[in-house]
Design a protein around this ligand. Structure first.
Ligand code: MF3
Ligand code: CO
Length: 249
C-alpha cells in the first residue's frame, strides 16, 4: 500500500532529510586518501546521533554498521572496515539513513577520493543527473514509470549499465515502503503519483554492464564485470507542483 503522508509527517520527514543532507555534507569533508571506511562509519554514526537521530541502517536485517561505504566496483551495501583504506583515484558511494521522531530519510552520494579519472568523474555526474532527469517527472498526475523510464534513458544514452537487481522504494515510518521504484522502465505505467507520497529514488549506475553479484560477506554488491559503479539517492516528496528533494541541503 502506498501511503499519503499528512502535513505533520511531511514536516518530520523534512527535518530528517535536512539532518541527513547535512550528515552527507560533513562526511564529504572527511574523504581523503588514507582515511578508512571504518572511520567514516564511526564519524557518520557520531554525526547522526549528534542531531538526536538513530542511524536506520544499524542492525537493519542484521546489517553491522551505521552507513554503507561502497568503493569503486562496489555498487551498494559495502560494509565499512578499519582495514579498508581509501586511495587517491578511488570513488566511494556513501549511503545513509536516519530516523527522526519515528520518520525516516534515506540518501546516498558518490564522491571522488583525491584526483580521479575523467571517466570516473563522468560516471558520478551522469548518475547524479539521472536522478534529476527522473524527478522531472515526479509530478502529481504522472505515473511511476515516467520517473523510472527517464532515469534509464539518460544513463543508457552514455552507454552505462543500469542496475536491475536493486531498486528505490517508498519511505516513511519504514525505510522500505511501497512502491518499489526501479531505475528502468517497467512493463506497466505503475501507480498514479499523488501529493504527499514520499519516495527514495536511487539510481545505481555501472560504467560497464548492468549485472551485479553478491560478495562473500552477503551484503556487498559488486559489478560482475569489475567496472566502476556510482549511486545517488534522495528522499523526495510529491507535491502539487515541483517535487521537493527532502534530503538535500
Ligand atoms: N539505501 C539503501 C536501501 O534503500 C540502504 C539500506 S541497506 C542497510 O535499501 F541494510 F544497510 F540498511
Ligand atoms: Co534507499
Amino acid at each position: 500500500m502506498v501511503t499519503i503522508k499528512s502535513a505533520r509527517e511531511i514536516q518530520l520527514m523534512r527535518e530528517a532529510g535536512k539532518i541527513l543532507g547535512e550528515t552527507h555534507n560533513r562526511l564529504k569533508e572527511l574523504i581523503e586518501p588514507g582515511i578508512t571506511t571504518g572511520e567514516l562509519d564511526r564519524k557518520g554514526a557520531e554525526i547522526i546521533r549528534s542531531y538526536g537521530c538513530i542511524p536506520s541502517f544499524l542492525n537493519y536485517d542484521g546489517y553491522p554498521a551505521s552507513i554503507c561505504t561502497s568503493v569503486n566496483d562496489e555498487v551498494v551495501h559495502g560494509i565499512p572496515s578499519k582495514k579498508r583504506v581509501l586511495h587517491e583515484g578511488d570513488i566511494i558511494s556513501i549511503d545513509a539513513g536516519v530516523i527522526w521522531h519515528g520518520y525516516q530519510s534515506d540518501a546516498a552520494r558518490t564522491w571522488a577520493v583525491g584526483r580521479i579519472s575523467p571517466e570516473a568523474e563522468k560516471l558520478i555526474e551522469v548518475t547524479k543527473q539521472s536522478f534529476y532527469e527522473g524527478i522531472k517527472y515526479a509530478v502529481a498526475g504522472n505515473h511511476l514509470n515516467d520517473i523510472c523510464g527517464h532515469i534509464q534513458d539518460y544513463a543508457e544514452s552514455f552507454g552505462y549499465g543500469v542496475v536491475r537487481d536493486l531498486v528505490g522504494h517508498g519511505i516513511g515510518t519504514q525505510m522500505h515502503e511501497d512502491p518499489e521504484i526501479p531505475n528502468f522502465r517497467m512493463n506497466r505505467k505503475g501507480i498514479l503519483l499523488k501529493p504527499g507520497m514520499t519516495f527514495a529514488i536511487e539510481p545505481m549506475i555501472n560504467m560497464g554492464r548492468a549485472d551485479v553479484v553478491w560478495s562473500e560477506d552477503e551484503w556487498t554488491v559488486v559489478t560482475d564485470d569489475g567496472s566502476l559503479s556510482a549511486h545517488y539517492e534522495n528522499t523526495v516528496l510529491i507535491t502539487d507542483g515541483e517535487p521537493e528533494i527532502m534530503s538535500l541541503v
